[in-house]
Design a protein around this ligand. Structure first.
Ligand code: ADP
Ligand code: TYD
Length: 208
């Protein structure tokens, strides 16, 4: 790694503990005196948060995978322009709960050729990868149980079931194996403090 990891993303299946770990990492880095912008996708800017509601509420078949790719990318573009890029330019660390790897997996794995479409649109409209991605890996049933226990109206994707979660988990692991420089795999099947210690270890080892 040459550049310090200023733009950090967390990825993984639903209920893997990304939001919890993003929050704990932000607290730990702030305690070290760093400015941290903690954000999430879909969302992270006022316009992208509006698009989030369109994407996460309603029936699983509300949008085709192609339309979803466009909506997630539109939200990401706004998030990048208004939140992420300005924060990185002033030297803050950005911690983002999900980013483009989620589109590569959740939309890209849902049909032939969709992954290529995701990648082409990413190159055209986003053109930015995180400096470091933490893949919080967990058994799909544990993740689904945690996510469903949490409730709330944003359950459109959990409605796709355990089978898809298992394919997504494998897809994320394959991605990590193809991009070992950028993506670190963390075992999320332990208590939150043990996971957080590993996360902070990876981040601080790359900050120096
Ligand atoms: P994600 O953002 O990946 O969906 P969350 O951080 O929201 O995951 O966690 C999902 C649920 O599981 C929450 O209710 C959270 O409190 C709980 N949780 C998070 N991490 C752990 C952990 N390591 N062990 C047990 N429960 C956890
Ligand atoms: P999120 O709020 O992170 O859900 P969770 O806390 O359950 O992990 O994300 C909401 C859903 O949006 C999640 O099921 C994954 C999905 N998603 C995509 O399908 N594509 C994307 O590009 C992103 C960012 C999220």
């Amino acid at each position: 790694m040459s550049a310090p990891p200023l733009f950090i993303t967390l990825e993984g299946i639903d209920g893997s503990g990304k939001s919890t770990q993003a929050r704990l990492l932000a607290e730990a880095l702030r305690a070290l005196g760093r400015e941290v912008v903690l954000t999430r996708e879909p969302g992270g800017s006022p316009g992208a948060e509006e698009i989030r509601g369109l994407l996460l509420e309603g029936a699983p078949d509300r949008w085709s995978p192609e339309t979803e790719i466009l909506l997630f990318t539109a939200a990401r573009r706004d998030h990048l322009e208004r939140t992420i890029t300005p924060a990185l330019e002033r030297g803050a660390i950005v911690i983002c709960d999900r980013f483009a790897d989620s589109t590569r997996m959740y939309q890209g794995l849902r049909g032939d050729d969709l992954r290529a479409l995701v990648d082409r649109l990413h190159t055209l409209m986003i053109g930015r990868e995180p400096d470091l991605t933490l893949l919080i890996d967990i058994d799909p049933q544990t993740g689904l149980d945690r996510a469903l226990a949490r409730k709330g109206g944003e359950d459109r994707f959990e409605g796709f079931g355990a089978d898809l979660q298992a394919r997504l988990r494998q897809g994320f692991l394959d991605l990590a194996q193809a991009e070992t420089e950028r993506i670190a795999v963390i075992d999320g099947g332990r208590d939150a403090d043990a996971v957080a210690a590993d996360v902070l270890g990876v981040v601080t080892s790359r900050l120096t």
